[in-house]
Each structure stands twice: as structure tokens, then as C-alpha cells.
Design a protein around this ligand. Structure first.
Ligand SMILES: NC(=O)C1=CN([C@@H]2O[C@H](COP(=O)(O)OP(=O)(O)OC[C@H]3O[C@@H](n4cnc5c(N)ncnc54)[C@H](O)[C@@H]3O)[C@@H](O)[C@H]2O)C=CC1
Ligand SMILES: O=C(CO)COP(=O)(O)O
Length: 325
């Protein structure tokens, strides 16, 4: 049986590699003809993950119908494009494993909720965790959360995707697994700003802890479980992306912290920094639910062009409050 991968960016390619290592045949759909040609002809994704040779069992296509008949589909298009890509597919009851991290603009839906809206008969699972694509593709040790409401299916998917260096931990908290990944991208931008503006390591650690408090407040309000938020897909991924310039979100924040304009930084890149798209949606959703998320608000202000010194000053000048509740 084949595994299908929807999205030929760095993460889709690394996950194709994971599935291929498990002995699966993999069909990867990519939007860019040059990615399809590069994978099929030279067995490398020269656009998004050029350092890693790929096995011949990974085939690429630009035709979504080539994914028909796959045992499961890993959905790895950026969050804002998942609806459009899934709408072009006939799915039936093929399990969809959502691997993008974000919240849809306009609807405030998590990616799994978007997938369910488009394909109500398809079982939904979420794969999320601290996973830089280049490390996974290189076979470095990695652990992820594999969440699925249908626990038997979740266990099957977790077993199918696991490998000697790729540990999958099963969970039935789909919403919790998604919220961690979506919110940490916004917080990683904030930590990058701290780095770019030279505000110090104390500030970064404080942002991680207070950011986690924001993630928890938002997650609990959306039905997530606190232990999921404190696990691989929440705190684990938050720590990873808030500490490394390998994170696209963190490095976007570094640029903002250095005083560069968000529009210029985003125009310069072909890769996706999901936090830039999630931040305004998260602010909207949090405000509608009456949830205080000052770090996320600060990221929105910086993305909108506010000056770093003023935004940081306003964060620090908030009235003193209790650490918990
Ligand atoms: N790169 C990583 O280390 C990890 C990425 N992710 C998540 O995976 C998702 C995909 O990210 P990457 O593979 O890193 O992407 P990438 O940044 O390597 O490449 C950009 C991707 O966006 C796609 N794209 C651009 N415009 C599009 C459109 N209009 N419609 C459909 N697709 C479009 C491109 O085809 C390409 O696949 C994101 O949600 C990201 O947060 C999750 C874990 C790790
Ligand atoms: O989600 C990721 C690692 O888990 C990748 O983070 P960035 O998208 O910030 O590079």
C-alpha cells in the first residue's frame, strides 16, 4: 500500500522520507513542477530540502488524482492552503494526517477542522511535535505526537509511521496537538525578536514561560487537554522553535527585532513562516473568547510595523499580576 504526501516543501519531503524508510511506497504531490522533476529525475528536492538524497521509492506528481488509492494521506501544505488543496481531491474514507501548523484566516478553524469541513467522511489525525525537517530527513532522533479521536486508527498510523529514530506517541487529543503547533509559531517570532533586538536570555526564557501560559489559556478554551499542551506538540515544539535560527518563525522574529519591516522579510522568502499568518487570526479568536494573550498581541503589533522598543515597553509596563489565574 502507498502513502500519499500532499505538499512538497521541506516537511512534506522529510515525512515522505520517514514513510519510505518504513518500507512504504510514497507518492508526493508538489505544486511546483521543478520539485516534481527534481524528485523524479535526481531523487532530491532541490528547492526545499536540497541536502538530503531521497530513495527511489518516493515518486512525485503534480496531479492530485495520482494520490487515489493511498492507504493514508499526509497533508503538509501550509495551513492557509489546506482547504484549496483538499477541495481538489476525492477522498472518501482515506485517513487524513494533518501535519501543517496554523489556524485558517477568516474561519478561525484549526487545520483538522478545515479538513473535516471539506471531507466529513475522512478520519482525521494530527502529527505534530518538535521536528525540524532537515534533522528528520537526516534520520536524527525525533519524537512526535500522533493524535486521532479513533484510538485504534491512531495506533495503526503511529505504528506505520514510526521508525528506529522516529518515535510516535499516540494521543486522542486532536485539538490539543494542533493548538500547540499553531500557537508556538507565533511565540517563536516573539523569541526571535528578543534575539534580534539583543534583549537577553532572561527575556527569552520569560517569553517561553509566559507564552506557554497563553498557549494553555487558549488551548483550554478550545477544549485541549493541559497534558497535551505540556507534551511534544506543545511545550516540546515551543522550546525547539524558540531557541534556534533553524526555525523560520524565529528567524523572521530576529529580522523584526533588528528593525526590518515584516513585508520585506516575508517578500524575501520562498519558505513559509506560519506564525506570521496565524498571529492575526489567533488575536481575533482570543479576543472573541475574552482570552488575554499579550505576547501574541505584541507579535501582531510588530508584524503590523510597530517599533520594537515601544512594543516591548508596553509589554513590560502592564500592571503586575498573579502568575496563575
Ligand atoms: N519545515 C519544517 O521543519 C516543519 C514544517 N511544518 C509545517 O509544515 C507545513 C509546510 O511547511 P514546509 O514543508 O516547511 O514548507 P516550505 O516552507 O518548505 O515550502 C513552502 C511550501 O508551501 C507551498 N505553497 C506555497 N504556496 C502554495 C499554495 N498557494 N498552495 C499550496 N501550497 C503552497 C509550496 O508548494 C511548498 O510546499 C507548515 O504548516 C509548517 O508549519 C511542521 C513541522 C516541521
Ligand atoms: O515546526 C517546526 C519544528 O517543529 C518548524 O518550525 P519553523 O516553521 O519555525 O521553521
Amino acid at each position: 500500500m502507498k502513502i500519499g504526501v500532499i505538499g512538497g516543501g521541506a516537511w512534506g519531503t522529510a515525512l515522505a522520507q520517514v514513510a519510505a524508510r518504513g518500507g512504504r511506497e510514497v507518492m508526493l504531490w508538489a505544486r511546483e513542477p521543478e520539485v516534481v522533476a527534481s524528485i523524479n529525475e535526481r531523487h532530491v528536492n532541490s528547492v526545499f530540502l536540497s541536502a538530503v538524497p531521497l530513495p527511489e521509492t518516493i515518486r512525485a506528481t503534480g496531479d492530485l488524482t495520482a494520490l487515489n488509492g493511498c492507504e493514508a494521506l499526509l497533508v503538509v501544505a501550509p495551513a492557509q492552503h489546506v482547504r484549496a488543496v483538499l477541495s481538489a481531491l476525492t477522498i472518501g474514507t482515506t485517513p487524513l494526517v494533518l501535519c501543517a501548523k496554523g489556524i485558517e484566516a477568516g474561519t478561525q478553524l484549526l487545520v483538522g477542522e478545515v479538513a473535516h469541513a471539506v471531507h466529513p467522511t475522512a478520519p482525521i489525525a494530527v502529527l505534530s511535535g518538535p521536528t525540524f525537517a532537515h534533522e528528520v530527513a537526516a534520520g536524527q532522533p525525533t519524537a512526535v505526537t500522533l493524535a486521532c479521536a479513533d484510538e485504534a486508527l491512531g495506533a495503526r498510523l503511529a505504528a506505520r509511521l514510526a521508525g528506529p529514530a522516529f518515535r510516535t506517541y499516540a494521543s486522542n487529543d486532536v485539538v490539543g496537538a494542533e493548538i500547540g503547533g499553531a500557537v508556538k509559531n507565533v511565540l517563536a517570532i516573539a523569541c526571535g525578536v528578543v534575539e534580534g533586538a539583543g534583549l537577553g536570555q532572561n527575556a527569552r526564557a520569560a517569553l517561553i514561560a509566559r507564552g506557554f501560559a497563553e498557549m494553555t489559556r487558549f488551548g483550554l478554551a478550545r477544549g485541549a487537554r493541559v497534558e497535551t499542551l505540556a507534551g511534544l506538540s506543545g511545550l516540546g515544539d515551543l522550546v525547539l522553535t524558540c531557541s534556534s535560527t533553524n526555525s523560520r518563525n524565529f528567524s523572521l522574529g530576529v529580522g523584526l527585532g533588528e528593525g526590518r519591516a515584516a513585508a520585506d522579510l516575508l517578500a524575501d522568502r520562498r519558505t513559509v513562516a506560519e506564525g506570521a499568518f496565524t498571529a492575526p487570526v489567533l488575536r481575533e479568536a482570543a479576543a472573541a473568547a475574552g482570552i488575554d494573550m499579550p505576547v501574541c498581541d505584541a507579535v501582531c503589533a510588530l508584524l503590523g510595523g510597530a517599533e520594537v522598543r515601544g512594543v516591548v515597553g508596553a509589554l513590560l509596563a502592564r500592571p503586575l499580576t498573579r502568575e496563575h489565574g
